[in-house]
Design a binder for this molecule. Sequence first.
Ligand SMILES: [Fe+2]
Length: 135
Amino acid sequence: MPLFLWDEAFSVNVRELDDQHRRLIGLLNDLQKALQGTAPKERWWKALEEFGQLTARNFETEERLVLLHEAPDYIAHRVHHDRFLNQFGEYREQLESERVRLSLPFLEDLADWWRNHIVDFDAKCGAWLNQKGVV
Ligand SMILES: [Fe+2]
């Protein structure tokens, strides 16, 4: 069973953001698959790097739209993004230097973070953007 099943409840009704979120969720599921068995680092590192890069791009896209359209919760949303990037960056460094191993609990935490973030922050952001004509 995939780690994170996409359904319409996770749509924020802004196409660019939904596309990015779906790709991020796909990468999380790829990482979960790569973990089954004793996957060597080469098998999952590329997906983890793409996940980190796409996360940064998704946050930049949202923050640009939120600022441009003066959405009300810019600071709280930005803080939530920055905290994620810091924690992910630390973990990425530990994985790169092989001080920790990629684990299912870590991927489950990532999936939980994204579920909560999309529902708590991105959905409100999407509703505001829709009012401003962004779809
Ligand atoms: Fe966000």
